[in-house]
Ligand binder design. Structure first.
Ligand SMILES: [Fe+2]
Ligand SMILES: [Fe+2]
Length: 215
């Protein structure tokens, strides 16, 4: 946005606080695209299965909170306007993912993770710090994160009960989108991270998945 340079530091802080709250409070807007689950029949899952699916969807929801934070942190520190615009569509699609996951969790009579503010803060800091190093590092970070998310989605799609077509439809569309986000970030100049960095990121994501499945 060309007029963004006119914002004072206080304006930016307020805009950021607003973005953070909109991510962390229950979603009350309209997703850009309707949920892919809409066209799928609801099935009655037994209590154990419903609890398991809700746990998986809670992990995915927190992953989307992290994605929001990462993009918002990056937008704050990205130097090149074309980096922001390249990632803008991806960021909009993350809003969809956030809304779809949250809606599904509610349908399963469960709640989003209590740890979301913590993971939001962590991811925002990482996104902003990566953006301070360089745009290439921050885009590389997005690409590596999306790769990680795709791995989770593959794993979760394998664990979903066959009959839960609603959750499946959501995760399948997310997987298509996340692959595209990773490709977009690399095309925009993102660095391909070396294996040790990716390993560190996968450890961090293990902590996230282990905790948010329950909490
Ligand atoms: Fe996403
Ligand atoms: Fe994504």
């Amino acid at each position: 946005m060309a007029n963004e340079r006119h914002y004072s530091p206080t304006d930016r802080l307020l805009l950021q606080a607003d973005a953070a709250l909109r991510t962390l409070l229950p979603f009350n807007g309209k997703p850009y695209r309707p949920s892919p689950a809409q066209g799928e029949p609801e099935t009655q899952l037994d209590a154990g299965k419903a609890r398991h699916v809700a746990g998986l969807m809670r992990i995915n929801h927190t992953g989307e909170v992290c994605a929001q934070a990462l993009y918002q942190g990056q937008a704050l520190t990205a130097r090149l306007p074309q980096v922001r615009s390249a990632m803008e569509q991806a960021a909009n699609e993350e809003v969809d993912h956030l809304a779809w996951c949250e809606q599904r969790i509610r349908e399963l009579d469960s709640r989003t993770s209590l740890l979301n503010p913590l993971f939001y803060g962590l991811s925002f800091g990482i996104g902003a710090a990566a953006g301070l190093v360089s745009d290439r590092v921050s885009l590389g970070f997005v690409a590596a994160t999306e790769d990680q998310v795709c791995k989770h989605l593959d794993d979760h799609l394998g664990q979903l009960p066959e009959e839960d077509r609603k959750s499946r439809a959501i995760l399948e569309q997310m997987r298509i989108d996340e692959r595209q986000h990773a490709a977009t970030a690399l095309e925009a100049g993102g660095l391909r991270f070396p294996a040790p960095v990716k390993f560190g990121m996968s450890l961090l994501s293990k902590v996230m998945t282990k905790t948010t499945y329950r909490i």
